[in-house]
Design a protein around this ligand. Structure first.
Ligand SMILES: Cc1cc2nc3c(=O)[nH]c(=O)nc-3n(C[C@H](O)[C@H](O)[C@H](O)COP(=O)(O)OP(=O)(O)OC[C@H]3O[C@@H](n4cnc5c(N)ncnc54)[C@H](O)[C@@H]3O)c2cc1C
Length: 389
């Protein structure tokens, strides 16, 4: 074997995975020439993500609360004294993760795009393109950390995400007065099927919009939000877009194969955040990969331990997030306004203030108990959440 493990994708999850695979030979193949570019992320994460990656240097700002804007103009404000989230410089973050993979012994190959693989003996012959040339490398285990389009997952027939959300954002040369509050906007006019955000990042401000499929061009919604917020004349230093996969596929492993991170749509259905969940899953992918190397067993039956582990850690949160997302996307603006009215009460705000951005569904039960009239918004689905199924 040229390498015991090959990771397709040098994004944060591929690198974090490699940094947890010290005891074996690992090569990362990244199609781009530079790690961390292009950036396709807002960079809002819980501080635990920065701790996991030892990436304190990538932090740009600390967020302690939010203002949630409803279609009728109601603003639900929740402020806390805690660092609820931090804004990171994603390019810096990705490079820190990659350095740590390198320190753990992984070889990083940039400009190397995996195009195919075929089974040979007990392993895989993986084809990749570099310098316009077709090359081949042999491995026992190929792990797809290759993002939402996951070539590895597709070729292995693992299925795809249930849904995609398209996001676009711009960095504006404007400083927000309240640096510790993120603004969030919901409603069909602003961001159909998802939400929009205005995130203070110190000397600049990141404005973004996510929309679900079939709602036209995301940039139209971004321009309209920027205009509406009074930033129409402000200089945009960067604009970038990306895709968020939502709803994990039918399987995340096969003989000699695993997929992780966005490749396995291990994102939070409510916010689209995928760094924490992807890193959690990468930890289990690494554990299973090391067990596979030690037992020289790369069969699907053996690798199924990976899926069992990641599902037992975050599967329930992702499933509950999916139920809430369905309730949210099924609501008209009028219904959203009703929800806003019900939530804009001191007792509800107090509960929301205890929330954790990585486990948003944990708020559902206390909120439904404290404000039972929320049940009428979607009785069937919300009852399922309340009963904890
Ligand atoms: C607009 C937007 C905003 C977001 N905001 C947040 C946020 O605030 N917080 C948060 O936690 N998450 C956020 N996310 C999600 C987050 O960006 C992803 O969950 C995260 O990047 C997943 O990391 P990954 O390594 O799995 O995939 P990626 O970051 O997509 O990395 C995959 C890598 O694989 C490479 N690759 C792909 N195909 C091949 C191939 N065939 N061969 C070799 N290399 C290949 C790609 O070049 C890429 O470098 C956001 C996403 C979007 C689109």
């Amino acid at each position: 074997m040229d390498s015991q493990i090959i990771i397709s994708g040098g994004g944060p999850i591929g690198s974090y995975l490699a940094s947890n695979l010290k005891e074996c030979s690992v090569q990362i193949m990244e199609e781009h020439s530079e790690i961390g570019k292009p950036v396709q992320c807002t960079g809002l994460v819980h501080p635990r993500v920065v701790e996991l990656a030892n990436a304190e240097e990538s932090v740009l700002n600390v967020i302690k609360g939010f203002r949630l804007f409803f279609p009728d103009g109601r603003v639900l404000e929740v402020k806390t004294d805690e660092a609820k989230a931090v804004v990171i410089d994603r390019c810096r973050f990705d490079n820190i993760c990659c350095d740590s993979a390198r320190k753990s012994g992984a070889v990083i190959n940039t400009d190397s795009r995996i195009i195919d693989f075929k089974r040979e003996h007990n392993g895989l012959a993986v084809s990749y393109m570099t310098d316009n040339k077709n090359n081949e490398i042999n491995t026992n285990l190929l792990i797809g950390a290759d993002g939402y389009k996951s070539h590895v997952g597709t070729c292995a027939g693992l299925g795809c995400a249930k849904e995609i959300v398209r996001g676009i954002q711009a960095d504006l040369e404007v400083t927000m007065p309240d640096q510790d509050l993120v603004e969030v906007y919901v409603g069909k006019e602003v961001a159909p099927g998802f939400f929009a955000w205005i995130l203070p990042c110190g000397e600049f401000t990141r404005v973004g919009v996510g929309i679900s499929k079939g709602n036209g061009i995301p940039s139209k919604y971004l321009d309209s939000l920027i205009e509406k917020r009074g930033f129409g004349e402000v200089n945009r230093t960067q604009t970038y877009s990306g895709v968020i996969p939502i709803g994990y596929p039918k399987s995340t492993y096969a003989d000699n194969i695993m997929i992780v991170g966005d490749a396995a749509a291990q994102t939070k259905p409510l916010s689209g955040g995928g760094l924490y969940t992807g890193m959690q899953c990468a930890k289990y992918a690494a554990e299973t990969a090391l067990d596979a190397v030690n037992s020289n067993n790369y069969s699907a039956a053996f690798l199924s331990a990976y899926e069992e582990k990641w599902k037992s850690e975050i599967g329930k949160e992702l499933d509950r997030g999916m139920i809430i997302r369905k309730v949210f996307t099924g609501m008209s603006d009028k219904r959203l306004d009703e929800a806003g009215k019900l939530l804009d009460k001191p007792e509800a705000r107090e509960i929301i203030a205890t929330g954790d951005i990585d486990y948003p569904s944990k708020l559902a039960r206390p909120l439904l108990k404290s404000v039972p009239s929320l049940m009428k918004l979607a009785p069937g689905a919300l009852k399922t959440l309340l009963l904890g199924r």
